[in-house]
Design a protein around this ligand. Structure first.
Ligand code: ARG
Length: 462
């Protein structure tokens, strides 16, 4: 068991099959700098408690610095016989500073408290990267909303024409969920950076009088874990981040799906920039919304990662179990996925060209002003039940005549119901309809302008 972290009680080395199954360096090697940071802090705690002389401590820091530099240069590699990043780094440190000094570092810590701490640190950093990329996407959506404050489009429910809305209002409805995702990340970070498991040992704490406060502060946590079993065995910080990533994927997929539809010949609402769309290997005319389709597809993968983590955790007894080694790849994949997906979405959104004439042409179609007729009647004192019937009768008449609501003549309106005086024509324009929805959260241009400012000030404060 040469070079292993354990071995004293074993007569022979592990079988190659076990080693192959057990090895995690192909995915946890990326945690090396975090493990090294933990070792620096732990060496200080050991020295403070009298387990390392000043010279030995300095030698350990030097050795760790050498390893960190080599790792950053891509020149530090785990051996096939290394089980995980912790074992590999200890072996490499021993090679650098010798077994006498290096062999003192492992006192009072376990891979269980190490991994629980440095996995948190890694995810804390990457959640910040994802947050920045999300805010970039929010900015790109807000810029498009600002540029199209005068464009009216058909608002839909059930994918059917419902009521006219501002394109900006619709676009901002995609930005708010992403901003809430950013708030979720901030909330997650506050919780996850509160407690450092380091010092919890394998599960029960350490008996050497080490100061976990010192290590926690040095690693950027508010303090040490309150319960060493919870610190080493809990992974809700993993599933919660996987959830936020999945929610981001789902939110982005809803925008993506609309852009896929909008760029079809049938909708013709939007044209994708050449640099943010793809061609076909056989059909020369094609221009495909691959970024949006990949976004839609990646959402499935992100949901799968969340499901994987939760399934690993379900019914897992306390404290550490090796099952927990399965917690890393899914959430690594989630942050990696978002780190490539979000910049592509942002570029695609920033370069969209909207066919505003087409949107304006379709906005009043499909009797989308019927609610305006009903609400006009209500303002004239008609009970809504009656108003709804009357407006419905207008739609039926339009269908018979093959016209839109605005095309009904004064006589035709009066025929349907005596309440329908010529003044109803005032609300039978999409501009009038949109302007009339001026309560908070409504699509009236003034409200949408306020909404845009609120979005931007909320984003700026994050
Ligand atoms: N590599 C393990 C993990 O990722 C940490 C090591 C704990 N191993 C152990 N045998 N206690 O969770």
């Amino acid at each position: 068991n040469e070079g292993k972290l354990w071995g004293g009680r074993f007569a022979g080395g592990p079988s190659p099959e076990l080693e192959a199954l057990s090895r995690s360096t192909h995915f946890d090697w990326r945690l090396a700098l975090y493990d090294i940071a933990g070792s620096h802090a732990h060496a200080r705690a050991l020295a403070t408690a009298g387990y390392l002389t000043a010279e030995d401590e300095a030698e350990i820091h030097r050795g760790l610095d050498v390893l960190a530099r080599r790792w950053s240069e891509g020149a530090l590699h785990p051996a096939a016989s290394d089980e995980d990043v912790h074992g590999a780094l200890e072996r490499l440190l021993l090679e650098e500073v010798g077994p006498e000094v290096g062999g003192r570092l492992r006192a009072g810590r376990s891979r269980n408290d190490q991994i629980a701490t440095l996995f948190r640190s890694f995810l804390l950093d990457h959640s910040g990267v994802v947050q920045g990329l999300l805010l970039d996407l929010v900015d790109a959506i807000a810029a498009q909303a600002r540029a199209h404050l005068d464009v009216i489009m058909p608002g839909r429910t059930h994918l059917q024409h419902a009521q006219p809305v501002l394109l900006s209002h619709h676009l901002l409805a995609h930005a708010w969920p992403l901003l809430r995702d950013v708030q979720r990340l901030e909330d997650w970070r506050r919780r996850t950076s509160a407690e450092s498991p380091y010092g919890g040992g394998a599960l029960a704490g350490n008996s050497l009088g080490l100061d976990p406060e010192l290590v926690a502060t040095e690693l950027g946590f508010a303090g040490p874990a309150v319960n060493s079993i919870d610190g080493t065995a809990s992974r809700d910080f993993v599933s919660e981040l996987a959830f936020v990533c999945a929610q981001v994927g789902v939110d982005v997929s809803r925008l993506a799906e609309e852009l896929i539809l909008w760029s079809t010949r049938e909708f013709d609402f939007v044209e994708l920039h050449d640099s943010w769309s793809t061609g076909s290997s056989i059909m020369p005319q094609k221009k495909n919304p691959d970024i949006a389709e990949l976004a839609r597809g990646k959402a499935g993968r992100l949901v799968g990662n969340l499901t994987g983590v939760l399934t690993t955790l379900k019914a897992l007894p306390l404290a550490y179990n090796r099952d927990l080694q399965e917690d890393k790849e899914p959430v690594f994949d989630s942050v990696d996925t978002l780190e490539v997906l979000l910049p592509a979405m942002t570029g695609m959104v920033a370069t969209l060209r909207f066919n505003t004439a087409r949107m304006a042409e379709l906005a009043p179609q499909g009797f989308s002003l019927a609610t305006d007729v009903a609400e006009w009647l209500v303002r004239e004192g008609v009970p809504f039940r009656v108003a709804h019937e009357v407006a419905g009768a207008c739609v039926r008449r339009c269908e018979e005549l093959g016209v839109e609501l605005a095309d009904l003549t004064d006589d035709q309106l009066a025929d349907i119901a005596p309440h329908l005086t010529p003044a109803v024509h005032d609300v039978l324009t999409v501009e009038g309809s949109v302007a009339s929805r001026d309560g908070r959260g409504g699509t009236a241009p003034d409200r949408v302008r306020e909404q845009l400012h609120l979005l931007q000030s909320t984003a700026a404060a994050l």
